[in-house]
Design a protein around this ligand. Structure first.
Ligand code: CEZ
Length: 802
């Protein structure tokens, strides 16, 4: 059904129907495109807010990226109709809209391109490939047609790129012979005059630019489709497209090429598709990609393809692994760092990323591009309030505003600061970051050190608690839609109280480390003790009010009702408080064992661990809209991978290596084909969730959300590097403390660390009861590799007990 290619660098799906929702994605700094295996496409670009250049056929609502987006016949896509002029036989590439099965089908995801390889009939081979421009929101398409047979073939080829309903104010389309392009134009709708000035330079035109002059074209969607429908459009039934235009009618880009292919012959057609401001810009694009060759070997199009490939290749993974689990290896080596980098590179295509997302996305970036992560922290802190409170979203653009969920007050944003810093400082040892001066939201001029910003953030967390000592939740915490636990101002969050404790402890660790490393900061060691006392107070409050006997409750409502406990028929147990009680130190050894068993018994499924159970089936208006989401979707009891990733991290902190490995492995499909179909997703990214409500909705359980925006990946990458393989940085060097699953006899890892390369081989050894680390036959004391020198290669041999 699916597998990596021989080199392990691409991932292939061999059916258009087995996993109809499966997708792969490409991005650059200004755009993201997610291609579905059947040819549908969802693309967005930034100007500066996310915008579309290929739309739904009707007026679309603007929203943030959603899970489980349905595809439908007229969904935007990138298709080529292929007609045999002699037999009249009709196919469409890659599968939609004609849906005619081909002799063979490969949907192949690469790091820098996505392509389909099809054999339409035994003797006609077709390749349809997308790359992006490295530096602009432009799709670069190549169609290669090859006659493998012994007879000459006479074909008509019709690239068909629907553009959809562009605007209720003004839309149309026509072929521009001078550009060799169908150009569809529109005016982004608005009503307030100031928007005119903001929008007048928008890229409101969508074009399909062809290298080779077409025989005919069609810019009018209705005329193209006619009465035949998309499976047999009238335009294609005719000998020639009608060279039509769209005047306040739905536009489309269709071109026609007639070709005579003798046996063995190949033809190549290349196109550029994307948005532009005006025809002058399209002319410049034509010149760049299809103008005079740059050199004998390279034209503009090829140069851009190569530049994009080089850009992607420059993302250097932090680890390369070789383990007994080849599926995991492939994902960790090829795809995971790419998804981590995507988040840090474009911030989920928003101009106001949620603060917690921004900080976690850059926690992941720490392992790939620490400079970018560093800048992100400073950007976030520059928007902190003087009170210490962090805003709900971080504005990344002059004109950006807090939108959607960022207009709802959530109380957890400060938590993520020390968590980011712990990862960043362990990895880079860049303690100078703490001395950087940064201003505040209210007064840019009132700058203070990063350390002071953190002290204020911790003070804010400490102060935002009730008389019981539990953290107020207001209209949500990490769980966005948990909006009615505390809207009256009294409700508290058990998870947040634990997260605050963990944040305070983490910051205490950092203060202490700093005091030890830098003698002028000795004072911080005393402060650390104070933070630890505060963390202990949070932990104690949670133990007093929220321990339910076998696990921790999720919170207490405005009306003093404890929820997420055994007497609740729905939402009886939540994952997050259990995970964070392991992290914060709230759970005693006995409590740890009890809550782990409760999670196993009530949340574990074959597709991963659910974030709550049983899923709510009706509104609980003292909990909020999370309970109104469809049972088993998103936060209402799905296998919400971000929550599973916290659990994963927590399991490693308490040394539960085998439980942890199971959680990790269940984020990816196994080798079982039925399970692969059930998840319905290629392992080229981790989705934000798989459907849960396993006992309530078994038919859909396991189904992927297909949404590639998720904080999951950063925690998973961190867990792999620092915990599973145990190659964790600290002030003095690299601490080696692996937690390989018991069933792995050996593994090897190459790790980039502070400019050095660490090559590490792990194997089991009888007769030892703790791991031993050798550097060139020399046993390292304390399993610490000290004084790492940039540019050096270190070869470590790690022996693990049987
Ligand atoms: O978004 C995520 C947020 O981006 O949900 C997480 C939260 O921690 C992330 O910061 C858990 O709530 O509004 C909603 O109902 C949804 O909750 C979305 O905001 C949610 C979606 O999964 C989109 O990614």
């Amino acid at each position: 059904l699916m597998s990596p290619d021989a080199a392990g660098q691409r991932y292939q799906l061999f059916s258009a129907t087995a996993m109809p929702q499966a997708t792969a994605f490409l991005w650059n700094k200004s755009m993201l495109v997610q291609l579905n295996c059947r040819g549908y496409a969802t693309a967005q670009f930034m100007q500066p807010e996310p915008a579309k250049y290929a739309h739904a056929p009707n007026l679309e609502a603007k929203t943030f990226m959603q899970p489980e987006q349905p595809y439908y016949a007229h969904h935007p896509g990138r298709f080529v109709y292929v007609k045999d002029q002699d037999s009249g036989e009709l196919w469409s590439v890659p599968y939609e809209p004609v849906r005619k099965p081909t002799a063979s089908f490969v949907f192949s995801a690469g790091a820098a391109d996505i392509c389909w390889q099809l054999e339409l009939s035994d003797d006609l081979r077709l390749e349809w490939r997308l790359t992006l421009a490295p530096d602009a929101p432009l799709e670069l398409w190549q169609l290669r047609v090859r006659n493998l047979g012994t007879a000459t073939r006479r074909l008509s080829l019709y690239p068909y790129f629907p553009v959809g309903y562009m605007s209720w104010m003004n839309q149309g389309g026509r072929y521009e012979p001078a550009l060799q392009a169908v150009v569809c134009s529109s005016v982004t709708p608005y009503q307030k005059y100031p928007d005119y000035f903001k929008q007048k330079d928008f890229k409101d035109q969508t074009f399909l630019l062809a290298e080779r002059a077409p025989l005919a074209w069609e810019a009018n969607q209705q005329q193209f489709e006619g009465e035949g429908g998309l499976a047999a459009p009238d335009g294609i039934s005719a000998t020639m497209l009608s060279n039509g235009c769209a005047d306040y009618e739905t536009p489309a880009c269709a071109l026609q090429y007639d070709v005579v292919l003798s046996p063995g012959a190949t033809e190549l057609y290349r196109f550029v598709f994307g948005p532009a401001r005006d025809q002058a810009e399209i002319a410049a694009i034509r010149q760049r990609f299809f103008g005079p060759a740059i050199s004998a070997a390279t034209d503009g199009f090829t140069a851009a393809v190569q530049a994009y490939r080089a850009q992607q290749a420059a993302i250097t993974p932090a680890i390369q692994i070789s383990t007994p689990d080849s599926g995991l290896d492939n994902f960790v080596n090829q795809w995971l760092p790419r998804q981590v980098y995507y988040h840090g590179d474009v911030n989920r295509l928003t101009t106001d990323p949620q603060t917690r997302n921004y900080l976690q996305d850059h926690m992941g970036m720490t392992y790939l591009a620490p400079d970018v992560a560093r800048t992100a922290l400073l950007t976030a802190l520059s928007q902190q309030h003087q009170s210490g409170e962090m805003p709900d979203g971080v504005l990344l653009h002059m004109d950006a505003q807090l939108k959607y969920i960022n207009q709802v007050p959530h109380t957890d944003q400060c938590v993520w600061l020390p968590l980011f810093l712990r990862a960043y400082l362990d990895e880079t040892n860049d303690w100078a970051l703490l001395d950087e001066q940064v201003g505040y939201k209210e007064v840019e001029a009132d700058a203070s050190t990063v350390t002071e910003h953190l002290h204020r953030a911790m003070a804010w967390l400490w102060q935002k608690k009730d008389a019981r000592g539990l953290s107020y939740i207001e209209q949500g915490d990490w769980c966005d839609p948990m909006n009615m636990v505390g809207y009256k101002g009294r409700g508290v969050s058990g998870w947040l109280s634990l997260a605050a404790a963990y944040a305070l402890n983490t910051w205490a660790d950092l203060c202490e480390n700093r005091g030890e490393i830098q003698s002028e900061n000795r004072g911080e060691i005393e402060q650390a003790a104070d933070y630890r006392a505060k963390a202990a107070a949070f932990n104690q409050a949670v133990n007093s009010y929220l321990w339910d006997g076998q696990w921790y409750g999720r919170g207490i409502t405005d009306d003093d009702v404890v929820f997420g406990i055994s007497k609740d028929p729905e939402g009886r147990i939540y994952l997050n408080p259990q995970s964070w009680a392991l992290l914060s130190g709230a759970a005693s050894p006995a409590q740890q064992q009890a809550l782990l068993q409760a999670v196993d018994a009530q949340l574990q499924t074959p597709y991963g661990v659910q974030m709550l159970a049983p899923a709510y089936t009706a509104m609980r208006d003292d909990v909020g809209r999370v309970t109104q989401k469809f049972p088993g979707s998103a936060e209402n009891g799905s296998v919400y991978n971000h929550a599973a990733a916290f659990y994963l991290y927590a399991l490693y902190q308490v040394g539960e290596a085998d439980r942890a490995f199971q959680v990790l492995r269940q984020m990816l499909p196994s080798d079982d084909e039925a399970e692969q179909r059930q998840r319905g997703q290629l392992p080229v990214f981790l989705p934000n969730y798989y459907r849960g409500a396993f006992s309530q909705y078994p038919r859909t359980a396991g189904r992927s959300s297909q949404l590639l925006n998720t904080g999951t990946v950063h925690w998973v990458y961190r867990c792999l590097i620092e915990q599973l393989f145990g190659l964790k940085g600290e002030g003095k060097g690299l601490r080696i403390a692996p937690q390989l699953p018991a069933h792995w006899p050996q593994a090897t890892v190459t790790r980039r660390f502070r400019g050095a390369v660490i090559e590490c081989s792990f194997s089991r050894q009888a007769g030892i009861n703790a791991s031993q680390v050798y550097l060139q036959n020399q046993l390292l004391s304390d399993n610490l590799l000290p004084e790492i020198q940039s540019g050096r290669i270190y070869r470590l041999r790690v022996l693990l007990p049987l």
